[in-house]
Design a protein around this ligand. Structure first.
Ligand SMILES: Nc1nc2c(ncn2[C@@H]2O[C@H](COP(=O)(O)OP(=O)(O)OP(=O)(O)O)[C@@H](O)[C@H]2O)c(=O)[nH]1
Length: 620
């Protein structure tokens, strides 16, 4: 009976045990081993494998979820997993730990007594399989059951992200994964080169900040996905540890610079700049912490910074958008995607979000979308800047055109003013010249009038004196004869008395006219005073002078003055002197001699001509 019971127990034991054991999958499917796992937390991390094996079942707790995720506690976690091969052949399986940032992962029970030791704080060549993630090979014979113990210790997210699959399924998934990762990093590198090229061409610093942002984000992803330890620094473990928060903080810092520049916050209100500067300081603090501080706070600090900056950038972008900055629309979308992706990634890391391909690669997908959106936004910004430049240029051309029109108008006006000024000056000059001419003519007339007698229009006595002096000098020089006739109307007082003064004036004019018309144009006739006239005869000798004087006397005697139908008879007494002057200043003297001859004519009975002769006048 006991033997039968023992046999039954032996037969049932695998079935009972298999109830808690994970059947190894077959085909392309992969299994998440979480629900079959139990864990024991070792806060001090002091327990060794023997201690853990000796733990009672009651010490173990079921993970009870598809992935084993314990957040950022810093404890060491032991996990226990029973697997069995329910198939009739051995396929070769892989337990893939999809979190390459686990500091240490030890596995017991994989391959006899060999202990699998790996993690990103262990040299890369310790790994059994040369892979960026932690790949634990499993080989179970048909019907075989095996218990695996995993020891997980990390300062980062204690998230196992384990999945179980056949070796073939793993190889297949790996090919697909590498293709996607290649596309992902290829896209990032293309964006980096594209934006760097634009920076080199345009010298717009926003493209440099964005390029640095993309470069840091690419490095961050390269580290997070395990490529960096595999390919870049397989043995630089300390650097590898700090490089993760460092690259995250760098990406954030460059993202802040990029946002600041691209949203033109230097032109925006002060609070925008305060917020940005505070975030920059925080980014530098996290950078310092990553380089010189403990890992876990630096890592959490970098995550908090990413979320804070993404939220701040999102809000600032929205405000700028509302403020009329149209280019902010696409940036807002980019930041929103980054926030969602970062939150999903961080929440997965803390275990609050369940493990899935989407949550595992949320940051990659979000980052790629965000980078693409930013690139589009930057490209549209180029168009915006070009459009603004075109408008500014058009405005400038318009302003220049208007300026030229104004200039032309101004020039025209200036020409008009200058023309009219010139015309006015010419007119004024002409008027002035005319006035001057008139003045000169008036002066000439005045001078002429000054030389004439007002009543008879004959030369006056003053002119006679001047001309007499010139004539004497001329005659003396040329040895030509000169004659002076002094004429006086006889009994003119009686004329005045009888006919009146006006009649007397008319008689004076009549006599002047009669005498003038008998003289040559070169002779000069002047009114000497009252009813006396003097004639100055150039180149005339005594005979010629006596002859002319006689003609004058006779002419006046025969031609009375007719005044108001009255005939007024007039007679003329003439005294003369002629000869070649021996002294150029003989004028006044000769005048006196002619006057003396006139006196003699008057005394001799009037109406006669008497010539001055020295002998006859007792002057010899
Ligand atoms: N109407 C007029 N009379 C004048 C002018 N000048 C002088 N007489 C006059 O001429 C007269 C000159 O008179 P007298 O000197 O006595 O000479 P006379 O009467 O001509 O006598 P004799 O010369 O001796 O023949 C005066 O009555 C003057 O008033 C003048 O401009 N107009």
């Amino acid at each position: 009976m006991t033997a039968i019971l023992r046999l039954l127990m032996l037969l049932l034991l695998p079935a009972l045990t298999w109830a808690e054991s994970l059947p190894l999958p077959i085909g392309p499917a992969q299994t998440l081993p979480g629900p079959y796992m139990h864990f024991w937390e070792d806060p001090d991390g002091q327990a060794d494998f023997m201690d853990v094996r000796a733990l009672p079942d009651s010490a173990w707790q079921a993970v009870a979820r598809r992935d084993a995720s314990f957040g950022y506690s810093g404890s060491t976690y032991w996990l226990r997993l029973d697997v069995h091969n329910p198939h009739n052949r051995s396929l070769g399986w892989v337990l893939l730990i999809g979190n390459p940032l686990l500091d240490q992962l030890d596995a017991y029970g994989l391959d006899g007594k060999r202990i699998y030791r790996a993690g990103d704080q262990r040299p890369f060549d310790w790994r059994w399989v040369d892979h960026r993630q932690l790949v634990l090979p499993l080989n179970l014979q048909p019907g075989e059951q095996q218990r695996i113990w995993l020891r997980m210790q990390t300062d980062g997210s204690a998230n196992l992200s384990a999945s179980l699959m056949t070796r073939d399924a793993f190889d297949h998934q790996e090919q697909r994964s590498l293709l996607l990762q290649g596309l992902f990093f290829g896209a990032l590198v293309a964006m980096l080169i594209y934006n760097l090229s634009i920076f080199c061409i345009t010298r717009d610093r926003n493209y440099l900040w964005y390029s640095l942002f993309v470069a840091s984000f690419t490095l961050y992803q390269f580290i997070q996905l395990g490529f960096a330890l595999q390919w870049l620094w397989p043995n630089a473990l300390t650097w590898h540890q700090l490089s993760f928060p460092l690259s995250s903080a760098m990406a954030t810092l460059f993202g802040i610079h990029f946002t600041y520049g691209v949203l033109e916050l230097d032109k925006a209100a002060k609070p925008y700049r305060w917020v940005t500067n505070t975030l920059k300081i925080c980014a530098w603090l996290v950078l310092g912490m990553a380089l010189f501080g403990p890992y876990a706070p630096a890592l959490i600090g970098s995550f908090v910074l990413v979320v804070a900056c993404a939220i701040a950038a999102f809000i600032i972008t929205l405000l700028r958008w509302r403020g009329g900055y149209a280019a902010a629309r696409l940036f807002a979308l980019g930041w929103f995607v980054l926030i969602a992706a970062s939150l999903a990634s961080i929440l997965t890391g803390t275990g609050l979000l369940p493990y899935s391909l989407l949550t595992l690669h949320a940051q990659q997908i979000g980052g790629l979308i965000e980078m693409t959106v930013f690139s589009i936004a930057l490209a549209s910004r180029i168009r915006h800047v070009q459009e603004a430049e075109r408008l500014a240029q058009a405005k400038l051309i318009d302003q220049e055109r208007r300026l030229r029109t104004e200039q032309t108008k101004h020039l025209e006006l200036q020409t008009q003013i200058s023309d009219s000024l010139e015309q006015r000056v010419q007119e004024r000059t002409a008027t002035l010249q005319d006035t001057l001419q008139q003045l000169s003519n008036a002066n000439l007339r005045l001078a002429e009038l000054n030389r004439r007698d007002g009543l008879t229009a004959l030369f006056n006595r003053q002119t006679l004196s001047e001309e007499l002096a010139r004539a004497c000098a001329r005659a003396e020089r040329s040895r030509q004869s000169l004659a002076i006739l002094m004429m006086d109307l006889d009994h003119f007082k009686q004329v005045n008395d009888r006919y009146g003064h006006l009649a007397g004036d008319a008689c004076l004019c009549h006599a002047a006219q009669r005498i003038q018309q008998r003289l040559r144009s070169s002779d000069l006739l002047a009114r000497f005073g009252g009813e006396e006239f003097v004639a100055l005869l150039d180149s005339t000798d005594l005979t010629g002078a006596l002859d002319l004087a006689e003609q004058l006397r006779e002419d006046l005697a025969q031609n009375p003055c007719i005044y108001q139908q009255q005939s007024i008879s007039l007679s003329l007494s003439i005294g003369l002197h002629a000869g070649v002057p021996s002294d150029p200043n003989c004028g006044e003297q000769w005048l006196e001699l002619a006057d003396r001859a006139l006196y003699r004519a008057k005394a001799s009975g009037r109406n006669r001509v008497v010539s001055y002769e020295a002998k006859a006048f007792n002057d010899a």
